[in-house]
Design a protein around this ligand. Structure first.
Ligand SMILES: Nc1ncnc2c1ncn2[C@@H]1O[C@H](COP(=O)(O)OP(=O)(O)O)[C@@H](O)[C@H]1O
Ligand code: SF4
Ligand SMILES: [Mg+2]
Length: 392
């Protein structure tokens, strides 16, 4: 846990005159990245539970991002889908929180909820997302107190908190050169001159390992290879010196060599910038490489959270254990069948009674697990688990 008083991160470039006081920046930005803003009325129509924006939100310890009771639902013709169903976790500055779980468990919708870019018919209906860019001054803001399309959220989105995706073209327009797009981002989030913005764009392309960066500034995204596009997206996300990076399966589509290079790049940037990373993946190998803490999700809920070493050495929740035994071992020959978790994930609309994992759980206790729902609770100093096996 980071407890010492920190200076704001040094700018990565001497010409970078970013406004380092986050609270000053919130509210002074004009429109940016409208493709990121989601822009559906449903998001802002959520129930307002937050007191927010006045610095008195409860924040766990020194967390830069603290998510509490987050609920995001999709109001479909077939009924309500509880995609995120009461999620809590904290991310500390300079550390990486890994979010893991099988496909459909609510990882991406959790990330999109933080930035309020959930598409209709999705709505954040409850929760608090405390953003505390300077934990030493403990002046937190509840991001959910801002409207999705407000100037405050536009300043935070892509400025304070950036996001990278599995599919890099999500972050780019095919109609503009890379240089124009990074220029737009820097124009909205910094006070740099046009020449300074261009130089910083070149600098960032070079930093992420793209050859001929000056020339590439004038090229369209389709001219970049898949790996280069991924790097260019990271350059775009990092150029504003964000305090938090949300990475949603950013390496899933890449070959192992490029994946290793990208992870290395993110870790280097994190060290330089004391940036917090929320790293979403279903790949536990990647988690072992990059995460400090791990949050395991199942059907829209957190079932276990704790330090990465505890997760790998002493997983507590039966679902965490099942995920870990499903990892292909280095010694498994390609002809052997890999173990997988028995049963399939129920659709969030058909959530089982009691513990949602009970139909697949090897430790299922009849009359308990199918009747009551376990709550997330501490099982030791470091780990929290929601399972009746650990109930006092
Ligand atoms: N546009 C949508 N409409 C209805 N349901 C959705 C939509 N997007 C996501 N969901 C539901 O939300 C759940 C969580 O999705 P997501 O967060 O994308 O999962 P993942 O963990 O794979 O990232 C999914 O099971 C899906 O049923
Ligand atoms: S509460 Fe019961 S069903 Fe759920 S994970 Fe624990 S033992 Fe398994
Ligand atoms: Mg996803």
């Amino acid at each position: 846990m980071t407890t010492e008083t920190r200076e704001p991160p040094a700018p990565l470039d001497s010409g970078f005159r970013r406004n380092d006081d986050a609270s000053a920046r919130i509210g002074d930005a004009s429109a940016r990245n409208d493709d990121m803003s989601g822009g559906d009325d449903g998001v802002s129509a959520r129930n307002d539970v937050a007191s927010g924006g006045n610095g008195d939100s409860p924040v766990a310890g020194d967390a830069i991002l603290s998510v509490r009771g987050l609920e995001t639902q999709f109001f479909t013709d077939e009924g309500i889908v509880r995609a995120v169903d009461g999620v809590d976790f904290d991310v500390l500055p300079g550390t990486t929180m890994g979010i893991v779980g099988e496909s459909g468990c609510g990882k991406s919708i959790t990330a999109k909820s933080i930035l309020q870019i959930v598409e209709a018919p999705g709505r954040i209906i409850n929760g608090e997302i405390s953003y505390n860019p300077r934990p030493e001054t403990n002046s937190s803001t509840d991001l959910l107190s801002f409207d999705a399309n407000s100037n405050e959220m536009r300043a935070i989105r892509g400025g304070e908190i950036s996001m990278i995706f599995q599919e890099p073209m999500t972050s780019f327009s095919g109609l503009h050169t890379f240089g124009n797009q990074i220029d737009e981002t820097l124009r909205l989030h910094t006070n740099l001159t046009k020449q300074e913005r261009f130089d910083l764009g070149v600098d960032w392309l070079a930093r992420v390992g793209i050859p001929n960066p000056t020339q590439r500034m004038h090229e369209y995204p389709f001219r970049f290879s898949g790996g280069q596009l991924q790097r260019a997206m990271i350059a775009m996300a990092m150029c504003t010196n964000p305090r938090v990076l949300i990475a949603d399966e950013p390496t899933t589509a890449l070959d192992v060599t490029t994946q290793a290079q990208i992870l290395d790049l993110l870790q280097r940037m994190q060290e330089e910038n004391d940036m917090a990373i929320l790293f979403i993946t279903h790949d536990l190998g990647v988690i072992s490489e990059i995460a400090d803490e791990v949050t395991v999700m199942y059907l829209g809920k957190v079932v276990e959270t704790g330090p990465v070493f505890s997760f790998f050495d002493e997983p507590k929740h039966p679902y965490s254990k099942a995920l870990l035994t499903s990892i292909p071992s280095m010694f498994t020959s390609s002809r052997e069948r890999l173990p997988s978790i028995s049963g399939s994930i129920p659709h969030p609309q058909n959530r089982p009674m009691g513990c949602a994992f009970h139909p697949r759980c090897q430790s299922f206790m009849e009359g308990t697990c199918d009747v009551r729902e376990p709550e997330l609770a501490s099982v030791n100093e470091a780990q929290e688990v929601s399972c009746f096996l650990y109930e006092e």
